[in-house]
Ligand binder design. Structure first.
Ligand code: FES
Length: 272
């Protein structure tokens, strides 16, 4: 049976009695504060945009925001529904990308890096090293609902499929829907940059690293797997960076499409 005692007590040791919450004198609280601000800002922005159900498609250049891809409601602009739609118009509280957004959220929610970030920033378990946490008990991720964090490896495969869909959307936009010929605008560069960064985040996932390098005693005779594992390991060292950069690139890509779609700005054309 798993002990619920924290490590020192489990080993029969007593913690020193220190009245202060922490003896740290550095700005240990800055990281958690920035995390709360950053994640809250992203979630509020995403919620507002998803519920807006508008300004997600630029008909002239076939830009589709990743927040609405794949567009599945019967009320999606027909050209924006690259994979067809369901027979129903979605009510205001359902995202048009009903089959991708929940899984993308779960992928990030169960991500090893984000877990560390929000355990510290929101749940204060603990807020930082050597800072006393407010919780009296610790059960880790061994019980419901936190044991569900182990599903991350499966959400990774779904995230790969969704990244492929985003890549397809960005590629299609280069051809203005195939019929209009090749062209490049600033929006294309924004969408492509976002897709590249999304791949960097997805492939740097710890589960991805395990897919290529796990359950092996030796890479001998497996040069391709070894090469892949090496590249993924390189990306993996910056997983936190990719996690934050992609939140920014997603907002930037969506905001750009929304501004062009609403006529607030025009898309500078570079070619075609
Ligand atoms: Fe972060 Fe998998 S560990 S996406």
């Amino acid at each position: 049976m798993t002990s619920t005692l924290p490590p020192p007590e489990r080993a029969g040791l007593k913690r020193p009695r220190i009245a202060a919450r922490t003896l740290r004198t550095d700005r240990w609280w800055a990281g958690p504060v920035w995390t709360v601000l950053g994640l809250t800002a992203f979630l509020v922005y995403g919620l507002v945009r998803v519920l807006q159900q508008d300004n997600y498609w630029v008909a002239d250049y076939h830009y589709l925001t990743p927040f609405y891809s794949p567009c599945l409601s019967a009320s999606c602009v027909p050209e924006s529904a690259h994979f067809g739609t369901l027979p129903w118009e979605f009510p205001w509280f359902l995202p048009y990308a009903l089959f991708s957004l929940p899984f993308l959220l779960l992928f990030r929610f169960t991500c090893y890096y984000y877990r560390k970030a929000y355990y510290r920033a929101f749940w204060q378990a603990p807020t930082a090293c050597a800072v006393r946490e407010p919780h009296g008990r610790y059960t880790g991720e061994s019980r419901f609902p936190m044991i569900g964090q182990n599903l991350h490896r499966y959400f990774f495969y779904i995230a790969v499929v969704i990244s492929l869909i985003n890549t397809y959307d960005a590629g299609l936009a280069l051809y203005g829907g195939l019929a209009d010929g090749f062209g490049v605008g600033l929006g294309n560069l924004v969408l492509i940059a976002n897709v590249v960064l999304l791949w960097a985040y997805t492939l740097s996932c710890h589960s991805c690293r395990h897919v290529f390098g796990g359950r092996l005693n030796s890479f001998g005779g497996k040069p391709v797997r070894y090469w892949m594992w090496t590249q993924i390991s390189r990306l993996n060292t910056r997983h936190m960076t990719w996690a934050w950069i992609t939140l920014g690139s997603l907002v930037l890509a969506d905001l750009y499409v929304a501004l062009v779609a609403s006529g607030t700005i025009t898309d500078p054309r570079i070619f075609g």
